[in-house]
Design a protein around this ligand. Structure first.
Ligand code: ZN
Length: 246
C-alpha cells in the first residue's frame, strides 16, 4: 500500500467541521435539484487528501489511483483544487465498479478531465449530478479506443449494462442528458456513512472538530495468511457460486 496511507487508513472528515469557505463550497447535506426535478442531499463525509503526492500514491482499487478521480481544470473552484482536497467517501464504490469494468474489457479505463468528482461549485454542476457525489465517471478512452462516435460508445454502453444493473449509462446523443464524446456511468446519489463515524451529531459546525481514520480492512493489513485455503481459492477464482465443486 501507499506509504502516505497511514497505518490507520485514510482520514475521514465531517464536512460540517471544515473551515467556512470549504463548507460553503461543499454544502454538506444541502438539498439540490436534479434535472428531472428530484431533490437530493449532498454528501457529508469526505476523505481528506493531504497532498498531491498522496493523491498520486493512494490506490482506491488495484487499477485506479485516487488522483484519477480528482482531475479537474479551472471549471472547479480554486479552493477545491488546492490541498488538502476532499472527495466524498462513496468514491470507493465507484472505483469498485470501474475495476469490474476494467476486468470485463481487459483494458485500461481512462477518465476524462472533469470526469470524476465535481464539487457543487464546479461550473458543470448546474443541477444535481452524481458527479457531485463522486458516484459518476466520464470515460473518454478504453484501451486504445477513443470514445467519440456512436459505434464505440454504444458497444461499451451495452457491455456495461450487461455487467451490472447498478450502473446507469448515458445514451449516445448530442442533447442534454446524452453523451457523444465519452461514456458517462453513474451509481445514482449514493452517500456513505463510514463505519468509523457516529451519526449522533448536529448538522452544523461543532465546537470541537472531529474526524476518524478509516480502519484498515484488507486481510494483508491484518496479517491474514497470504496463501488462502486451497479449497477456497480455486472456487473463488472461477466464480463458483457453491464453492465446493470438487
Ligand atoms: Zn458525466
Amino acid at each position: 500500500m501507499a506509504e502516505t496511507e497511514t497505518e490507520s487508513g485514510l482520514k475521514i472528515v465531517d464536512a460540517f467541521d471544515l473551515e467556512p469557505d470549504l463548507r460553503a463550497l461543499l454544502r454538506p447535506g444541502e438539498l439540490v435539484e436534479g434535472i428531472g426535478g428530484q431533490y437530493h442531499h449532498l454528501p457529508r463525509y469526505f476523505y481528506e487528501i493531504p497532498s498531491h503526492e498522496a493523491a498520486r500514491q493512494i490506490r482506491v482499487t488495484p487499477h485506479f489511483g485516487l488522483n484519477e478521480f480528482l482531475l479537474v481544470d479551472l471549471k472547479e473552484a480554486a479552493r477545491i483544487r488546492a490541498f488538502p482536497r476532499y472527495v466524498p467517501c462513496a468514491i470507493r464504490i465507484l472505483a469498485f465498479y470501474l475495476e469490474r469494468l476494467r476486468e470485463a474489457t481487459g483494458a485500461p479505463v481512462h477518465l476524462a478531465v472533469n470526469g470524476g468528482y465535481r464539487s457543487p461549485a464546479h461550473k458543470l454542476s448546474v443541477a444535481a449530478t452524481p458527479h457531485m457525489w463522486a458516484t459518476a465517471a466520464d470515460v473518454y478512452k478504453i484501451g486504445t479506443v477513443v470514445l467519440r462516435e456512436r459505434a464505440s460508445i454504444e458497444t461499451y454502453n451495452r457491455l456495461i449494462e450487461d455487467l451490472t444493473d447498478d450502473l446507469y449509462v448515458m445514451p449516445y446523443g448530442h442533447e442534454i442528458g446524452k453523451a457523444d464524446d465519452h461514456i458517462h456511468v453513474d451509481l445514482g446519489y449514493v452517500s456513505i456513512v463510514p463505519r468509523e463515524i457516529s451519526e449522533d451529531r448536529l448538522e452544523g459546525p461543532q465546537p470541537r472538530p472531529r474526524f476518524a481514520y478509516e480502519e484498515r480492512r484488507r486481510g494483508d493489513r491484518r496479517g491474514w495468511p497470504r496463501e488462502p485455503l486451497p479449497e477456497v481459492l480455486p472456487a473463488a477464482a472461477h466464480g463458483s457460486p457453491s464453492g465446493h465443486d470438487k
